[in-house]
Design a protein around this ligand. Structure first.
Ligand SMILES: Nc1ncnc2c1ncn2[C@@H]1O[C@H](COP(=O)(O)OP(=O)(O)O)[C@@H](O)[C@H]1O
Ligand SMILES: [Mg+2]
Length: 406
């Protein structure tokens, strides 16, 4: 059974259970015998529950906790695959080494701190400890009148995402589900963005041997329908070019608010065919998304560059960065490693009231806890636009829960 088609956050397919909610104070012991204490829930995805957490001490876990624990019933696939990615590629030393050898100010990959199994009320759960972050970009987008970011902010996001993707790719993985709700702002530093949710991550190049191009109808349309790559639509295992294509669709949506195929997301073939058609004629895509307006030429050039990539080709990350940097230059900006979400349009700064609201969303230190006690620890119900995971011809959960080991 495909996932529900009502707009909104992802739904867990019927077959999979969501973990029961644990009370604050629950203590989990990881496989290295380290104990962790849970705090308040911080979010809920289609499959897992997420809690604030800290090392187990005598005090309760506060809202300034440094860790988040993701918990899923043990039989669920996504956390199992996600955990493998984190254990292979997200250890603190690995990230630190890459950051210094590549001279980055930071790398937006969450660090892995431990994992284990936990039993409660006769049920068994898998859990994983990672860095704690703040608000996701989808919520920031939705808090605005127009669901768009300024061009300079999108280009800065693109640059940081290329850094992240290069790291992940060089560690044999692709992400496969880049989108605003999987991009989190650091909870103390609003200029840093992190890519989370490796439930669809795929080891495209195990032990340096690239997977072959093979269309498998059972895997068609894996990912989030509006952003997923043409390879994924065709049922091909994702590779590096797909991640960059997804990033391209995200950047366009963040700039203009809506992608041309969003008028019928329930029809996966229509979405796939639209992407193929517009991919063949990128100037038509630009005209459709930015009619009669100042078109972001750098995005067209980025898309052209990605389109040229063979399935198993290593993307020219530096060339792609240079294309986006050129876009910043045209705007009179440079890559300052900052993310200014307060700019509504290029050069237009909002009223102080709106600015304060945005600042509150991305910096929990400035939250007035008495007036907004849950604004950062619990997800407020939001009218989420459809960002659906789609598995048309695959059995329930296939799109999120690939069971095969990779
Ligand atoms: N490390 C984290 N720190 C803070 N919030 C998080 C963290 N990881 C996830 N979240 C929140 O939980 C939501 C769901 O997490 P995600 O890993 O995307 O789960 P799913 O695989 O179920 O989509 C995210 O959109 C985000 O709001
Ligand atoms: Mg997610």
């Amino acid at each position: 059974m495909p996932p529900k088609k009502t707009p909104g956050a992802r739904k867990a397919p019927a077959k999979r259970k969501l973990a029961e909610e644990f009370p604050p104070g629950e203590v989990l012991t990881d496989s290295g015998k380290k104990q962790w204490k849970l705090g308040l829930p911080v979010g809920q995805g289609g499959f897992g529950r997420l809690y604030l957490a800290d090392a187990n001490t005598s005090t309760a876990v506060g809202t300034d906790a440094s860790y988040v624990i993701k918990v899923e019933p043990v039989d669920n696939g996504p956390l199992f695959s996600e955990l493998k990615f984190y254990m292979r590629a997200a250890k603190s030393e690995q990230i630190q080494k890459w950051t210094s050898t590549h001279k980055l100010k930071y790398l937006g990959v969450p660090r892995y701190w431990g994992s284990g199994l936990h039993s409660k009320n006769g049920n068994s759960y898998r859990f994983m400890v990672m860095d704690r972050f703040g608000e996701d970009l989808q919520k920031i987008l939705e808090s605005r009148g127009k669901k768009i970011f300024a061009r300079q902010t999108v280009l800065q996001l693109g640059l940081r995402l290329i850094d992240i993707l290069e790291y992940i790719h060089e560690h044999e993985y692709v992400h496969g589900d880049i989108k605003a709700s999987n991009l989190l702002i650091h909870h103390k530093n609003p200029n840093q963005v992190y890519l989370v949710d490796y439930g669809l991550a795929y080891r495209y190049c195990p032990d340096s041997i690239h997977k072959d191009y093979k269309e498998d109808p059972r895997k068609c349309h894996n990912g989030t329908i509006e952003f997923t790559s043409i390879d994924a639509h065709n049922g091909v295992s994702p590779s590096r070019r797909g991640d960059l294509e997804i990033l391209g669709y995200c950047m366009i949506q963040w700039l203009c608010g809506i992608l041309p195929w969003e008028d019928n997301l329930n029809d996966a073939s229509y979405v796939a065919n639209s992407k193929i058609r517009y991919g063949d004629d990128i100037s038509e895509l630009m005209e459709k998304c930015f009619p009669g307006r100042n078109k972001p030429d750098e995005i067209a050039r980025y898309m052209e560059c990605v389109k040229e990539l063979a399935y198993s080709a290593k993307p020219p990350y530096q060339r792609l960065r240079e294309i986006l940097l050129q876009g910043l230059k045209v705007l009179g900006c440079k890559d300052d490693w900052k993310l200014d979400f307060s700019i509504v349009q290029n050069g237009v700064v909002p009223h102080n009231k709106q600015k304060r609201k945005l600042a509150r969303m991305i910096d929990d230190d400035s939250v007035d806890e008495e007036n907004e006690p849950e604004s950062l620890v619990k997800q407020k119900p939001t009218k989420r636009r459809a960002a659906k995971t789609f598995a048309k011809s695959a059995p329930a959960g296939r799109s999120r829960g690939r069971t095969k080991n990779n």
